[in-house]
Design a protein around this ligand. Structure first.
Ligand SMILES: NC(=O)C1=CN([C@@H]2O[C@H](COP(=O)(O)OP(=O)(O)OC[C@H]3O[C@@H](n4cnc5c(N)ncnc54)[C@H](OP(=O)(O)O)[C@@H]3O)[C@@H](O)[C@H]2O)C=CC1
Ligand SMILES: CC(=O)C(=O)O
Ligand SMILES: [Mg+2]
Length: 413
């Protein structure tokens, strides 16, 4: 067994199985405590909430709790391994919510037969939480699921693999292209993968200035083009009227490669065919579309990012989901809309341009970090992220009319 494999298994098994537990926030030592916490005292908040439903935010943990919900059909880049196999990832998301944004979460792994079955299960329990984070649900079902749940739930519903990934990708891409002296609107983009993350990443890049006709998207069958008759409605939005059919055809002269597909799908030869000063985001987890060692040995003008914590430039939705929910919960937003997503993009990208405090360097193990090809995006353990992103998101929620509360005074200052 490799060292990392054994360490990772031990990390999850010890000192107790899993990575999270529940802790109490009120005293529960004496009979008096129990008379308040449970019977008879608990009846008082019950009566208040029955009379005024909004009081649930005053008397329960709902307002700081997010459900992380999956069916295990697209677990990282490992595929459809079922609900139980996804549990370590979902507990991992709960760990990240708590560690980076102080948000409590429950992971819920749903076994279901139909999309409607999944949607009803989630819709029926959604009110228990302040928000719903959908995770690792494969395309195209994820699109229908998210749309239906947004319609049916009063709390914000956010499919992290779509929008969290897209926000971080857009933030990193705008910075990387700036460093390479290129502009998104002129960039020839290759997107390997045509699923949840791919469709959302490309749609957000287009909102940020990329041109749809300059994007070539590929799935397992190759380039997505207008003469294919096997495309779902989401892939069809990226069908190019082109004779190009393979990665070799489209990578020639490309400025950008975004990989949200699977391991080792971009070869050194293909990377060598890209335009001068290319940007490669090989974001498949745990194994990227091309290993950074290989990419950097192949050419030294490439800006290289992966989804992993153990290389520079981690383009991973962890930089977004804890903070976008922090902002949404704090102003009790009923949605996470485009205005909030764009606010998150800019807050994340701008932070990378600021000097990095010593404690971030210590946590990341870097001697120095300065905006440039090996530091295009902040580190997840940068404690400034929560304040910057949550504040921008909360302000955007208030400004766009989806927040029930005003921005708290001195919020995140
Ligand atoms: N770094 C980050 O923050 C994130 C990274 N990801 C990564 O992105 C990947 C996809 O996740 P997600 O979108 O949720 O999953 P989906 O199942 O929704 O989509 C997977 C897509 O990848 C394509 N694909 C898979 N294998 C190949 C291959 N060998 N050649 C070409 N295309 C391939 C599939 O093609 P087809 O449609 O033909 O089946 C599909 O379009 C995963 O590796 C995941 O780890 C996802 C979210 C966040
Ligand atoms: C990071 C993540 O959410 C994924 O790879 O699915
Ligand atoms: Mg995921």
């Amino acid at each position: 067994m490799t060292d990392l494999k054994q360490q990772a298994l031990d990390y999850h098994a010890l000192p107790t199985p899993g990575k999270i537990s529940i802790e109490l926030t009120t005293p529960a030592e004496t009979s008096k405590d129990l008379a308040l916490a449970y019977s008879p005292g608990v009846a008082e908040p019950v009566r208040e909430i029955a009379e005024n439903p909004d009081d649930v935010y005053k008397y329960t943990a709902k307002g700081n709790t997010v459900a992380v919900i999956t069916n295990g059909t697209a677990i990282l880049g490992l595929g459809n391994l079922g609900p139980m196999a996804s549990k370590p990832v979902m507990e991992g998301k709960a760990l990240l919510f708590k560690r980076f944004a102080g948000i409590d979460s429950f992971d819920i792994e749903v076994k279901h037969k139909t999309v409607e079955d999944f949607v009803s299960t989630v819709a029926n329990i959604a009110d228990s939480f302040g928000g719903i984070n959908l995770e690792d649900i494969k395309a195209p079902e994820c699109f229908e699921i998210e749309r239906a749940l947004i319609e049916r739930c009063k709390v914000p519903v956010f499919h992290d693999d779509q929008h969290g990934t897209a926000i971080v990708t857009a933030a990193g891409m705008l910075n990387a292209l700036d460093i390479q002296g290129k502009q998104l609107k002129h960039a020839n983009i290759v997107c390997m993968g045509a699923g949840a993350a791919a469709i959302a990443c490309m749609e957000l890049l287009i909102k940020c200035g990329a041109q749809r006709e300059k994007i070539y998207m590929l799935d397992r069958k190759g380039v997505i083009h207008t003469r294919r008759d096997d495309l779902n409605e989401y892939k069809k939005l990226f069908a190019n009227n082109t004779d190009k059919r393979t990665l070799d055809d489209v990578i020639d002269g490309a400025d950008v490669f975004v990989g949200v597909s699977g391991p080792d799908l971009l070869s050194a030869e293909q990377l060598a065919m890209m335009a001068p000063n290319p940007v490669v985001f090989a974001c498949s987890n745990p194994d990227p579309e091309i290993k950074p060692e290989l990419a950097l040995a192949t050419r030294d003008d490439v800006i290289m990012a992966t989804g992993r914590s153990d290389y520079p430039n981690q383009v991973n939705n962890v930089l977004c989901f804890p903070f976008i929910f922090r902002g949404a919960l704090d102003v009790r937003s009923r949605a996470i809309n485009d205005e909030m997503k764009v606010a998150a993009v800019h807050a994340i990208r701008e932070l990378a341009k600021e000097p990095v405090p010593a404690e971030v360097l210590k946590a990341s193990g870097d001697e120095s970090l300065e905006f440039g090809r090996d530091y295009i995006i902040p580190k997840p353990m940068d404690t400034r992220l929560c304040g910057r992103v949550a504040k921008a998101v909360a302000q955007a929620a208030v400004d766009s009319g989806v927040a029930a509360l005003e921005l708290p005074e001195n919020y995140m200052n």
